[in-house]
Design a protein around this ligand. Structure first.
Ligand code: 5AD
Length: 347
C-alpha cells in the first residue's frame, strides 16, 4: 500500500498538501477504497443502518441558489404533512423495521417550535425505543433545546461549505457560514448527535474549499457526515452548472472513513440519483447508512431538491426488501438497530 494511504489510515490525518494530491488524482482511488472498506469493517462489520426519511414540508423561507425548494422557485408545488400523516409514516416505518425517523423539511415558519415539539413528543411517546432526528435548518439555541427536551436526539444540518466566501456564493447574504457553524456547535453542546456535511462539486468549489471542509469536520467531530454530489435543478440560478463527479464523491467518502473511523456515513440519495449503482459504490467505499424515503407517495415527487431525484422503486420504504437485497449483493447487511455512532460492538 502507498505511504499516503497508510499514513491516512494510521494517523487519521494528512497535511494540506498531501490532501490536495490525494483529492486531485485518481491513482490512489482503488487502495483508498480498500482501506476505507477495511476500516468500516473493523468498526461496523458489514452492518448498514437504515433511517426512515420523512420529508414533511417543502415550504422554505430560504433562497439557497442551488436548491429546488428555495422560496423563489414558483414552479415548486408546495405541501405540508399534518401531525397525523407524519405519525402514519412512522407507523409504517416501524413495521418495516425502521428505528430511526428523520424529520426533514424546508425552513417553514408554519412549524413553530410549539408545533415541532408537539410532533416530536407524539413520536417519542409512541416509539420510546426509536431515535428521532430533526433536519429543519438554522434555529436559535433555545429552539434547539426545546426540541431536545421534547425527545429529539439527533440533528442533521449540513455545513454545505466551510469557506465563508464560498458559502456567500451559494447563499443569499442573510445566510452566513458563521451562523451555520454556531448552530452546529449549539446542537452539540445541547447534547444532540449531530450530522454535518457538504455538496461535492458545487459551483465555484475548489480543492482548497474541500480541504477546509475536511478541517472543519475534524474540528466539529460530528456523529454523521452526509455528502453527495451537487446536482443542478432546472428552476434555480445554478441550473446551468455541471453536476458533481461520482469519482470525487467516492474519493471523499473513502477519505472521510479513514479520517473518522467511527462516523456514520450515508450513501446519500444524491449519490444514488447520479448513478444507478451509486449507493452500492458508496457502501463499498466506507459508507454504512442508507436513508430510504418514508414520505407518502403523493408528496415524494414534490421534494425535488435537484433534477431527477429518485423517488420510486428502491428509494421507497415499501421496497426496503429490495434495498436489503441490493445491500446484500454489495456484500453488506441491513440491520434494524438504532445504530448510534460508536455503539457498535464486534460480536
Ligand atoms: N444538489 C445536491 N444536493 C442538494 N441539496 C440541496 N440542493 C441540492 C442540489 N441541487 C442538499 C443540501 C442540503 C440537503 C438537504 O440537500 O446539502 O443540506
Amino acid at each position: 500500500m502507498s505511504e499516503m494511504i497508510q499514513k491516512l489510515r494510521a494517523a487519521q490525518n494528512l497535511t494540506d498538501s498531501e490532501l490536495k494530491t490525494l483529492l486531485e488524482t485518481d491513482v490512489y482511488d482503488e487502495e483508498l477504497r480498500l482501506a476505507a472498506d477495511a476500516v468500516r469493517r473493523e468498526h461496523y462489520g458489514t452492518d448498514v443502518y437504515i433511517r426512515g426519511l420523512i420529508e414533511f414540508t417543502n415550504y422554505c423561507k430560504n433562497d439557497c441558489y442551488y436548491c429546488g425548494i428555495r422560496r423563489s422557485n414558483r414552479c415548486a408545488e408546495r405541501y405540508r404533512l399534518t401531525k397525523e400523516e407524519i405519525l402514519e409514516c412512522c407507523e409504517e416505518g416501524y413495521a418495516l423495521g425502521f428505528r430511526t425517523f428523520v424529520l426533514q423539511g424546508g425552513e417553514d415558519p408554519y412549524y413553530t417550535d410549539e408545533r415541532i415539539c408537539d410532533i416530536v413528543s407524539a413520536i417519542r411517546g409512541r416509539y420510546p425505543d426509536c431515535a428521532i432526528t430533526l433536519s429543519i435548518g438554522e434555529k436559535s439555541h433555545d429552539s434547539y433545546k426545546s426540541y431536545f427536551e421534547a425527545g429529539a436526539n439527533r440533528y442533521l444540518l449540513r455545513h454545505e461549505t466551510a469557506n465563508a466566501e464560498h458559502y456567500s456564493r451559494l447563499h443569499p447574504s442573510e445566510l452566513t457560514f458563521e451562523n451555520r457553524r454556531k448552530c452546529l456547535f449549539d446542537l452539540k453542546e445541547i447534547g444532540y448527535q449531530v450530522g454535518a456535511g457538504f455538496m461535492v462539486g458545487s459551483p465555484f468549489q475548489t480543492t482548497e474549499h474541500l480541504i477546509a471542509d475536511l478541517r472543519f469536520l475534524q474540528e466539529l467531530s460530528p456523529d454523521m457526515i452526509g455528502i453527495g454530489p451537487f446536482l443542478s435543478h432546472k428552476d434555480t440560478p445554478f441550473s446551468d452548472y455541471p453536476n458533481g463527479e461520482l469519482k470525487l464523491v467516492l474519493r471523499l467518502l473513502g477519505i472521510l472513513r479513514l479520517m473518522h473511523p467511527q462516523v456514520l456515513l450515508p450513501a446519500t440519495t444524491a449519490l444514488g440519483t447520479m448513478h444507478p449503482q451509486g449507493r452500492e459504490l458508496g457502501l463499498r467505499t466506507g459508507a454504512n447508512v442508507v436513508m430510504p424515503n418514508l414520505s407518502p407517495k403523493s408528496v415524494r415527487e414534490k421534494y425535488m431538491l435537484y433534477d431527477n431525484k429518485i423517488s420510486t422503486g428502491e428509494e421507497s420504504a415499501q421496497s426496503v426488501r429490495n434495498l436489503s437485497a441490493q445491500v446484500q449483493a454489495a456484500g453488506y447487511r441491513v440491520v434494524t438497530a438504532r445504530g448510534d455512532a460508536k455503539s457498535y460492538r464486534k460480536s
